[in-house]
Design a protein around this ligand. Structure first.
Ligand code: FAD
Length: 362
């Protein structure tokens, strides 16, 4: 998904909303709601751009992608992981792609992950693996995906590593949970993901959570029908907090995956008030998303922070698919282009000063 120095819409990996602060040349999350006409124009702009981008050559799309993917090869991704580890971050590697077209292709993906576990082991990295079941063949039928997944669980066990199954759209939730259970029978150090956007998530936690249950909670990237999902940002955020608390109060391990600073702040307060031991949870973010120094502060307080590092040849197609599903992601791409330009300009003027929206080290 990403080529060595640049590539890719990590933005495109997962999606969001945006606002512009034109005076400072930054787009910001947040406090003020942009005018409806502004939001409509941005939506239209993003939608048009999302349709044009697939027609462009890869080199033209590359600048949009650069900070968010760790190159196209395992070695480029492992270099990024090495640098993250040196800065105190844990990592999780994801080979970009989903919905393979044949069992043979799924097998190749399995082999690539097997090799990755081996490299992580040999290099002694603080890094595990996150994967999507449709990349292992789930879209074709359950059996190749199950076979590939169990092979990988066996390898993770052999190399004393962890395997996390990402969550895809709600068509796959039940199958993912069922395969997660099978995988966990073979290798205890297996985790999954639940999405705060989905109404069923708290019930799933009740059903699944037992000591050792390791679950990433994220908002959920996939647009879902209203009968299955919350649509208001505050409802999703509320459900996110409830889900994290439910996991922790039932003895599970929570991976808190969000860039939403307010959510991080309120969860951190709750964790401190309830004296939740640090080994019961971690924070997770996507590689390259600006976090305004918040991650370093989490590290200083002794929390584990894991960076999700996607890489691979499939960066372009994958990004375009994500983009078609959710053109709002383009807002982040553009935002970061602007922030980088602003930073470059500011750094030329005031070379010694660290800029406030530095990205996750890479
Ligand atoms: P938002 O309120 O959407 O974002 C907060 C702010 O963070 C934004 O305003 C923006 O400034 C910044 N931001 C957020 N995302 C980006 C981005 N991509 N690029 C640039 N800036 C950004 N979803 C799934 O459905 N299944 C998964 O398995 C899954 N795994 C994930 C793993 C990790 C480690 C993370 C961090 C996210 C994962 N997601 C997954 C995506 C997640 O569901 C959200 O879509 C995504 O994280 C955006 O939500 P947010 O919580 O960051 O909050």
């Amino acid at each position: 998904m990403r080529d060595k120095k640049n590539t890719a819409f990590l933005q495109i990996t997962f999606g969001l909303r945006l606002k512009v602060d034109s005076s400072s040349c930054r787009m910001d999350i947040g406090k003020r709601q942009p005018h409806l006409s502004y939001r409509l124009s941005m939506h239209l702009f993003n939608s048009v751009l999302a349709r044009i981008l697939p027609l462009l050559p890869k080199w033209a799309a590359r600048p949009f992608a650069s900070p968010y993917v760790a190159g196209t090869t395992p070695s480029s991704a492992l270099e990024v992981v090495q640098r993250l580890n040196s800065a105190g971050f844990s990592a999780t590697l994801d080979i970009l792609g989903e919905h393979v077209k044949s069992p043979a292709e799924a097998r190749r993906v399995r082999n690539a992950y097997l090799e990755l576990y081996e490299c992580i082991y040999r290099q002694g990295l603080d890094c595990n693996i996150s994967l999507k079941l449709t990349h292992l063949g789930l879209g074709l039928s359950e059996s190749p995906a199950k076979e590939n997944l169990l092979d990988l669980a066996g390898k993770a066990r052999e190399r004393d590593n962890f395997l996390r199954i990402d969550m895809e759209n709600s068509d796959y939730t039940d199958q993912t949970i069922s395969l997660y259970r099978k995988c966990r029978e073979l290798h205890e150090s297996t985790g999954m993901v639940l999405q705060a956007r989905l109404r069923r998530t708290l019930a799933d936690i009740e059903e699944l959570c037992e000591p050792g249950f390791n679950c990433r909670i994220c908002k959920g990237i996939y647009p879902e029908p209203a009968e299955l999902s919350f649509t208001l940002a505050d409802e999703i955020r509320e459900n996110f907090s409830l889900a994290v608390r439910a996991i922790l109060s039932r003895g599970g391990y929570a991976a808190i995956a969000t860039h939403d600073i307010e959510l991080i702040n309120s969860l951190e307060d709750w964790l401190m008030e309830n004296e939740v031991p640090h080994h019961r949870f971690e924070f997770q973010v996507l590689h390259g998303v600006p976090m305004a120094g918040r991650l370093e502060r989490l590290l200083e307080r002794g929390y584990r922070v894991r960076v999700y590092v996607p890489f691979g040849e499939d960066w372009f197609d994958y990004s375009i698919r994500r983009l078609r599903e959710n053109p709002r992601i383009l807002g982040y791409v553009i935002k970061n282009l602007f922030s980088r330009r602003c930073r470059a300009t500011a750094q030329q003027k005031v070379p010694a000063r660290r800029q406030p929206d530095d990205t996750v080290p890479a």
